[in-house]
Write a protein that binds this ligand. Structure first.
Ligand SMILES: [Ca+2]
Length: 312
């Protein structure tokens, strides 16, 4: 893809006009203007060394009350010239060249440091769950459990404050190691979330084999929901499946009031998406977490933007 614009501005909840503008900054840019591939592995090494990666946090909301129950940590690259860059532009390369292990560890450490900072600021935030996405390669190394254990000790955190989001693809890649990692994280008390549920090859098989605390309904189902169509029926069945298996369910990618209302009607308890709150820089999400009861005012909902597509 070609460049559209460069900017150093961040993303916020200031106004919907600003939100729509800032969205453009997160579009993946995979080429320089001269057509050469960008970024290169060397660019990623440099970015890590220069501490250019940052975590944004997207609230997870109880749909009936608008209460924030958790946040998902999502990586961004704050490039000194190119501005804020979404993960689609660099995570696949990081996976390919192996640097994902170091970037992932940085992300876990940064999330734990932030959980501690929120807890010190307001002890009631000690119950907030912060979820981190584990990449396939991180998940394939059993020492990830030791590393997470060290971080929890270092920052004096309860394991339940940390959630780990795992996709079916990660499970599939190395099922034996994955099984060991999941069992150990469960023993430690870390919350396990099945990410992007329904898009893999063997979703039901994984639910049978592993104990997850939370099932996240993939955005592709939520995005296509209209009353009575197949996507809505699939979502309905997933919600029921989670209920029977005693799992929490979070709908991903809620972008319109129609989707929000349908999910509420179907009994989906939690949701996440641009309608409710976008991924936000730490200072802005901290402001939301300080709202009374951590309840988002409905006036903050992004009613009037056109549907936006995933950059998470
Ligand atoms: Ca996720």
């Amino acid at each position: 893809m070609r460049h559209k614009s460069f900017s150093r501005r961040g993303v916020g909840l200031k106004s919907h006009a600003q939100l729509q503008h800032s969205e453009l900054l997160l579009v993946p840019r995979l080429q320089n203007l001269d057509g050469e591939q960008w970024p290169t592995p060397h660019d990623l090494y440099t970015a890590l060394g220069n501490q250019e990666f940052v975590l944004f946090y997207q609230p997870e909301i109880e749909l009936a009350t608008h209460r924030i129950v958790g946040v998902e940590a999502l990586i961004r690259w704050r490039h000194p010239q190119r501005g804020l860059i979404g993960p689609a532009a660099f995570i696949p390369l990081a996976e390919e060249c192996g640097l994902i292990l170091e970037i992932g560890r940085w992300g876990l450490g940064e999330a734990c440091r932030q959980i501690r900072a929120w807890k010190v600021m307001d002890p009631s935030l000690g119950r907030l769950r912060v979820c981190v996405n584990l990449s396939t390669r991180e998940f394939a190394k059993e020492d990830i459990c030791d590393y997470i254990g060290e971080l929890l000790d270092e920052h004096s955190l309860d394991a339940m404050q940390l959630g780990v989001e795992v996709t079916e693809t990660s499970l599939m890649t190395n099922i034996i190691t994955a099984s060991g990692v999941l069992n150990r994280l469960r023993e430690m008390g870390v919350a396990l979330l099945m990410d992007d549920f329904g898009t893999g090859y063997s979703s039901l098989n994984y639910l049978q084999s592993f104990c997850f605390d939370v099932l996240k309904i993939d955005r592709s189902f939520v995005n296509r929901m209209t009353e009575g169509n197949n996507a809505e029926k699939i979502v309905q069945v997933i919600i029921e499946l989670a209920r029977v298996l005693n799992m929490e369910v979070i709908a991903e990618g809620i972008e319109t009031m129609e989707q929000y209302k349908s999910l509420t009607r179907l009994g989906c308890r939690y949701g996440q998406g641009f309608l409710l709150a976008r991924p936000l820089p730490v200072d802005e999400v901290t402001q939301l977490l300080q709202l009374p009861g951590k309840i988002l005012p409905e006036t903050s909902f992004a009613y009037d933007h056109a549907p936006l597509r995933g950059i998470a």
